[in-house]
Design a protein around this ligand. Sequence first.
Ligand SMILES: C[S@@+](CC[C@H](N)C(=O)[O-])C[C@H]1O[C@@H](n2cnc3c(N)ncnc32)[C@H](O)[C@@H]1O
Length: 319
Amino acid sequence: MAEPGGGPGTPHRPVLLIETTGLLAPERGGLFVDATLGLGGHSEAVLEASDETRVLGIDRDREALRLASERLARFGARFQCAHANFRDIARVMSGAGERVASGVLADLGVSSLQFDTPGRGFSFRHDAPLDMRMDAEGQEETAAALLERLPEEEIARVLYEYGEERKSRRIARWIIERRERGEPLRTTGELADLVARAVGHRRGERIHPATRTFQALRIAVNRELEGLGEFVETAVDLLQPQGRLAVISFHSLEDRIVKRALRRLSGHCECDPRRAPVCTCGARRAVEILTRRPVVPSEQEVGENPRARSAKLRACLKL
Ligand SMILES: C[S@@+](CC[C@H](N)C(=O)[O-])C[C@H]1O[C@@H](n2cnc3c(N)ncnc32)[C@H](O)[C@@H]1O
C-alpha cells in the first residue's frame, strides 16, 4: 500500500513546472521571490528563463536551503536565500534591500526531501522518531509532543479536518488510551501500527490506513494553514504593477484559503449586505485573476509523479 508520495526513491520533480513558469512569466526579468524554495526546482526554471531574472528564495527548512543553494550556485549573485517563514516575506525582502517583486511563487506543503529523509518522521515508510517539524530550530513541538498534549476531542478534530479521516474519533480514543497506560507514541512505526489496528483494513482502499493521520498531524505540527491568507495579501502588496503571484496547493483547505484571498483581492466582496452595509472583508481591486479555475496536472504528469496528484495552481496579475 502506498503513501501519497511516489514511493521510495521517487526523484524530486517540480510540480506543474511548465504551467507555473507560464503564469509567472519570468522572461520579463526582475526579482522573483520563491517563498517555498524547497530543492529549488521552480527557482531554477525561473533563473534559466532570462539573464535579467533574480531569485530570492525563502524556506523554513535549513537543509532545503543548503541543497537549493548548491543547486543554484551557478547563477551567482542572481540567487540568494533566507531562512524564514514565508509569513515574514516583507521583512525578508526589506532585509535583502528589495522593495518590489516581479513575481512571487508559493509551492505549499512538504518537500520530497522532508518526506523521504528517514529521521525526520514525516513518513511511516521508515521507523523514526515522530517529529515532522519542517524547521527543527524554530519549532519546539514535535508530532509526538503534540499527541501527548492535545485533549482527545482536539486530536479527533485535527484528524478529521486536516486529514478527512472518517474514523478520527476512534483513532483519537486509541491514542488517549495508550497515553493513559503510560505508553506515549514515540515513533512513526508505533503510530502507523496503532492507526492500522484502530481502523482495520478498508475494502478497496489502496493507500495505507495511516496516510490521512500522518498528513493531518504534519499540517498541525507545522501550522501550515496559519497566515496563508495574510501571506497572499502581503505578497500582492509587494508586487510591482503587472507583477504575478502563483500559488500551488495540495489540500482543499489550503486551496480554499488561497481562492478566497484572491477573490477579495480582485474586488469581490464577501460581506452579507443585510448584516454589513459597508464592506468589512477587506475586498479591493488589486489584481486580475489569471486562473478562473485552478490549473491541475495532466494525467501524464500524475502518472510520472504521483505526488502531483492533488496539486492546484492559482495565479493573479497585479493591477
Ligand atoms: C513542496 S516544497 C517546494 C518544492 C520546490 N518548489 C522545488 O521545486 O523544489 C515546499 C517547501 O516549502 C517549505 N515551507 C512550507 N511552509 C513554509 C512556510 N510557511 N515558510 C517557509 N517555507 C515553508 C518546506 O520546508 C518545503 O521545503
